[in-house]
Design a protein around this ligand. Structure first.
Ligand SMILES: Nc1nc2c(ncn2[C@@H]2O[C@H](COP(=O)(O)OP(=O)(O)OP(=O)(O)O)[C@@H](O)[C@H]2O)c(=O)[nH]1
Ligand SMILES: [Mg+2]
Length: 505
């Protein structure tokens, strides 16, 4: 899921645009399987040799790196033509051996190493000074992840090709890697024909399978549908000159390893039974369950990272027409539905969410008010005024009556009249989304997940989920509140670690 339709989140998560990207179970199965290849002993009872060949730049070394270690590119790939100039290999504890060959179709010397390793005849042209190679280097990365060291060894072609050595290193499977956007050209066809011909004379069943590298860059596929169709057609035409069946063609993203599960399934199908160890059990029963667990783990992990950042921002933040809390809740809903692949329509979903958002927003907003007197101008018509008249002093001397009289007059006039008091908002202070938002957003994430496995009313599920989160976070409430307010640059990271720990308990 991208943050495209959420302007506030788009800016807030500019450094993590894929944070709420849903993981498909299929991709996770490949990921779990690759991890198991690295960690689980004896998935195969004897070593199985998987070779990778194909044109320079197709992604052979990249695929090797994603199998060897997902955190670093151990084997050198610099994006240059003719990158690999030796045989690079590694053996994983599962007994899976990967042989990364120099590519074909460019540097003749490197292609000759490739050919010598696969027992193909070498290219030789005295006029253009292209000699046959007599030896090549082997770089063994088997212990690289622990020691950061590569074991280097030089071997003569004669020794490599000797029957004794071939007993150990002959391929169980050759992955012919193609980058469809580079097309399948004349030199590729020539090389493939030679490879298939040589394999056909050695093995009745084909050991060559085809892997189309699904190249993506910044989320965009680098190939077109036509590239895929063309390459499939060309490969099939050539293959059927040597074998009566259709070639096995797989699609794998060499950078991430997604799609690799299908290759292991294929290996499991074609290998002799005595070579198979725990791999059968893993593929038939455990893998789906492990992938589902991994999906839950990643969902929770990403959700916590997301929430840990959102809650340290003010509830008043708003770049589009909806405020932060609304955007965050909608993004979580989308993430949950995409992760658990549901198209379910929940009728009162948005109204329940809106209710919660408004409540929290009110809770996290302080309004500073002053009391003001309310008045208005009032007009008085024909108002009776009483006036007292007193007789003047000289009139007394004259012995006249002293009189006092009250005269009344009718007049109209205007004046301000007090009508009441009112509170005027002089300042609105938005607080950080804070602790109530953590409970709400994490409850929402858990609620969306539970919604697909429980047949209850959405509002009840949300409420129960919030209660679960609240109970688990309660012992850490003070610490969480401090981290929300903290200006320490690592506070967000610490907050997500703390929440993770609290929820796992
Ligand atoms: N984005 C993306 N880049 C890839 C992928 N596969 C390979 N690349 C890039 O393509 C370039 C060549 O990849 P390599 O793995 O070195 O290719 P190679 O087949 O080993 O090439 P040679 O060793 O020369 O035969 C590198 O810059 C890789 O990072 C992929 O699946 N996705
Ligand atoms: Mg390479």
């Amino acid at each position: 899921m991208s943050f495209d339709c959420f302007p506030t989140l788009q800016v807030m998560f500019a450094d993590k645009p894929d944070l709420l990207e849903a993981n498909s179970l299929e991709n996770l199965e490949s990921e779990v399987l690759i991890r198991k290849l690295r960690e689980q002993n004896k998935l195969f009872t004897t070593p199985i040799n998987i070779y990778v060949t194909g044109r320079t730049g197709a992604g052979k070394t990249t695929l090797g790196n994603s199998l060897l270690d997902s955190n670093q590119a151990a084997m050198r790939t610099d994006g240059r033509q003719d990158c690999t100039n030796s045989l690079q290999l590694f053996r994983l504890v599962s007994n899976f051996l990967f042989f990364d060959l120099p590519g074909s179709g460019s540097n003749e010397k490197f292609e000759n190493i490739n050919r010598a390793i696969l027992l193909l005849s070498q290219i030789e042209d005295i006029e253009f000074d292209i000699p046959r190679i007599k030896e090549f280097q082997i770089l063994d990365y088997s212990n690289y992840c622990q020691t950061k060291k590569v074991k280097k060894n030089c071997i003569t072609v004669q020794e490599w090709q000797s029957p004794t050595n071939q007993q150990h290193v002959a391929p169980d499977l050759i992955l012919y890697l193609v980058a469809p956007q580079m097309q399948f050209l004349r030199l590729d066809k020539k090389y493939l024909r030679e490879l298939l011909k040589s394999q056909q004379t050695k093995n009745r069943n084909s050991k060559v399978i085809f892997v189309l590298n699904t190249f993506y860059r910044e989320g965009q596929a680098l190939y077109t549908e036509q590239n895929f169709e063309d390459v499939r057609k060309q490969i099939t035409e050539i293959y059927q000159n040597y074998y009566s069946s259709n070639p096995a063609i797989f699609e794998v993203n060499c950078l991430t390893g997604s799609g690799f599960k299908e290759i292991i399934q294929y290996i499991n199908k074609i290998l002799p039974k005595e070579k198979l160890g725990g791999i059968e059990q893993l593929l038939s029963n455990d893998l789906r369950e492990l992938a589902e667990k991994e999906r839950d783990r990643l969902y929770q992990h990403n959700l916590i990272q997301f929430v840990s950042r959102v809650v340290r921002h003010s509830v008043g933040l708003k770049l589009g027409n909806k405020d932060l809390l609304w955007e965050a809740a909608s993004a979580i809903k989308k993430f949950g539905f995409a992760t658990y692949k549901s198209k379910a329509i929940v009728t009162n979903f948005d109204s329940v969410i809106n209710g919660r958002v408004n409540k929290i927003k009110k809770l996290r907003t302080n309004q500073i008010k002053v009391e003001k007197v309310k008045s208005k101008t009032k007009k008085f018509n024909n108002y009776t005024i009483k006036k007292e008249c007193v007789m003047k002093k000289k009139d007394i001397w004259l012995g006249k009556f002293i009189w006092k009289d009250i005269v009344t007059k009718k007049r109209s006039f205007k004046c301000e009249v007090v009508t009441g008091k009112k509170n005027k908002i002089v300042y609105t202070e938005f607080l950080k989304a804070g602790y109530p938002t953590i409970l709400f957003l994490l409850g929402l994430g858990l609620g969306v997940k539970n919604f697909f496995s429980h047949c209850e009313e959405w509002e009840i599920i949300l409420q129960k989920s919030e209660e679960i989160v609240e109970k688990k976070l309660a012992p850490f409430k003070t610490q969480i509140k401090q981290l929300v307010e903290s200006i320490n640059p690592y506070a967000e990271r610490d907050l997500s670690i703390l929440i993770q720990k609290a929820l796992l308990k």
